[in-house]
Ligand binder design. Sequence first.
Ligand code: AMP
Ligand code: ZN
Length: 112
Amino acid sequence: MKDCVFCKIIAGEIPSAKVYEDGEIVLFKDIAPLAKIHLLCVPKEHYAHLSEWNAARKRVLADALEKIAALAPSLGLEDGYRLVINQGESAGQTVPHLHIHILGGEPLGWEK
Ligand code: AMP
Ligand code: ZN
């Protein structure tokens, strides 16, 4: 989608530090990391919210979780990691292209 920063990253129009890519998702480093390792897992299809669920998106996200689990050891996340999806402004969503935050690489606290 025009004017979407993640669509531009997916299209290679703006740079990113990609650590994994396939036909359905891309993983790249968050530009403002909140943990020692902070990656974003982004479906290549543009949509903003989980409420825009359909069968194809459901399969891509389920596959994404499986891929994250498989990739974790090679990404330095062998000791554990946290997955976060911010949905909507109140939750802190700033980029309206669905994404999963992957946080780890160090012991994580728990704050609201
Ligand atoms: P959220 O607040 O859940 O929508 O998360 C958006 C995330 O995207 C934030 O953690 C930002 O730091 C990150 N972000 C924004 N622009 C970029 C970019 N160009 N490259 C990498 N990460 C980005
Ligand atoms: Zn997008």
